[in-house]
Design a binder for this molecule. Structure first.
Ligand SMILES: C[S@@+](CC[C@H](N)C(=O)[O-])C[C@H]1O[C@@H](n2cnc3c(N)ncnc32)[C@H](O)[C@@H]1O
Length: 483
């Protein structure tokens, strides 16, 4: 651990500058607000038996932050746009099938359709994009995840070859900050083979750029060229699924805001029992929700999830979301860690229990209707951490699951307070503002302190609404900071 403390206390480590929009009075001031996770109110419009569509235009709320705030009023796009390729494609599927599709299929097409999915052709992050994530808020996030990875690597016995996998790396910011932060620990960085699981060609290019990748010069030798990140001299490769990452090496997996993009099935309790919510085309050619008249294939996953829930958890619920892809991914992670050793870190917004009705759409930092202009807004849902735990434990007896703990606890136990103090000793006033703002955004609870602007635009602290969970091979014992 002494090596890691050195990392945290390096005042001369490079600073990634973010512009701080508002001045901050003092790092010591802090306000406490309640978590928003208790709300489970429906945010969608639903038709049962093909009745009228109650799509009320609503005023959008500027949030300029992350995607964890739910149940905000939505805004409709009033653009007079002709039907996009994706809308035509979705309507084509519904017509071809002769009936509605699941919300999960709709979500998957909207996000990752290879031609027109939300993530496929653009950079969706930051002030100019649609939402912001923790790695984009502050370099300290990636650095702290780096501390977690190095602690795990030490617990694994400092193997000299390790697969470091990131699922859904966005701009590649987290891995870049992790590598920069860890660059003085050569034994660690030289052990790494980085594998990025990314479906978007545009984001793959951005990751290549941000990791300062070059193609290895093999002096004309007839061997396959490797891509190397010059940030730490580590080889990097890209894959479209975790299954494609070569096995056989101890593996560290990071999934930050990846699970929330996996497609969810939505169910609603009706007089005839649990019915799946489906997406259909109305007579006026707009999309609308309908309820399934009978059980659907996804009902099997609903039953599975219900078995894991306590009876009192279920009785109050009118809506329920299940994510079979999250269950399958967790099973793949658990099996890989069981066979190859290592561990996984999952950080996301969510609940440690059944999720009711959380699916939301965000376009340009505003909540919008889920069915409005699909492909132009991000779709994401709360992550069901209890389901991840059950899926991992079901997949392998050789893994243990720890957490979830809050992001604030995770970053705090790893020493973000020391890190921010160290960085503050050697920076400009602008950088100091950015560091303090970023620090409170990452660890703050509720609305971020020190906001001088209009209340409705106050950025929301991510400290308690984001949760961290780890799945590790039991051989390593309990990983930091989950002891
Ligand atoms: C919400 S973003 C999170 C990005 C990054 N982890 C961060 O925190 O800034 C989701 C990321 O996962 C990728 N992604 C979403 N679904 C995917 C899938 N099915 N397969 C591979 N990548 C996917 C997106 O392209 C994007 O890079």
């Amino acid at each position: 651990m002494h090596q890691l403390r050195r990392l945290l206390l390096q005042p001369s480590s490079p600073l990634r500058v973010l512009s701080a929009k508002k001045s901050l009075a003092s790092l010591k001031r802090c306000s406490h607000f309640s978590s928003s996770s208790e709300s489970q109110i429906s945010n969608s419009h639903l038709i049962e038996h093909s009745e009228e569509k109650p799509n009320e235009p609503a005023t959008g709320t500027t949030i300029s932050v992350d995607r964890s705030g739910l149940y905000n009023p939505t805004e409709h796009s009033h653009e007079q746009n002709s039907e996009s390729e994706l809308v035509k494609h979705l309507k084509g599927i519904i017509k071809f099938r002769g009936g509605p599709i699941s919300v999960a299929e709709y979500m998957e097409e909207v996000l990752t359709n290879p031609k027109a999915g939300f993530y496929i052709n653009r950079d969706v992050f930051g002030a100019e994009g649609d939402f912001i994530t923790s790695p984009e808020v502050s370099q300290m996030f990636g650095e702290m995840v780096g501390v977690w990875a190095m602690c795990l690597w030490e617990q694994m016995g400092q193997p000299n070859k390790v697969n470091l996998v990131e699922l859904g790396p966005g701009r590649g910011t987290l891995i870049a900050d992790l590598l920069r932060g860890a660059s003085k620990f050569k034994n660690f960085t030289e052990s790494l083979n980085i594998h990025l699981v990314e479906c978007s060609p545009t984001l793959q290019k951005l990751q290549h750029h941000n990791l300062k990748c070059t193609e290895e010069d093999n002096n004309g030798e007839n061997v396959e060229k490797r891509t190397i990140s010059t940030l730490a001299g580590t080889p990097v490769s890209w894959h479209s699924a975790l299954e494609q990452v070569p096995s056989g090496l101890p593996t560290i997996i990071i999934a930050h805001e990846f699970y929330d993009a996996l497609p969810v099935h939505q169910f609603q309790r009706a007089s005839r029992g649990w019915c799946e919510k489906l997406v259909d085309v109305a007579e006026d050619s707009s999309f609308r929700f309908v309820l399934s008249p009978q059980p659907t294939p996804a009902s099997l996953f609903l039953m599975k999830r219900c078995k894991w829930a306590a009876a009192e958890e279920m009785t109050k619920l009118e809506h329920m979301e299940v994510c079979p892809k999250a269950m399958e991914l967790t099973s793949t992670i658990a099996k890989r860690i069981s066979s190859d050793g290592g561990g996984a870190l999952i950080i996301d917004y969510g609940l440690n229990g059944v999720v009711s009705d959380s699916l939301q759409a965000i376009r340009k930092h505003k909540f919008v209707d889920i069915l409005d202009n699909p492909g132009s807004a991000d779709l994401s849902a709360y992550v069901d951490f209890a389901s991840i735990r059950h899926s991992a434990e079901e997949a392998s007896e050789d893994v243990s699951v720890h957490g979830p703990i809050t992001q604030s606890q995770f970053l705090g136990f790893l020493g973000i307070n020391f890190r921010v103090e160290a960085l503050l000793q050697n920076c400009t006033e602008e950088q100091a503002e950015s560091l303090r703002t970023g620090y409170w955004r990452l660890v703050g609870d509720g609305e971020a302190p020190f906001w001088d602007g209009p209340d409705e635009q106050a950025p929301i602290g991510m400290g308690t609404r984001y949760l961290a969970m780890t799945i590790v091979n039991k051989k390593q014992g309990v990983p930091a900071p989950f002891q």
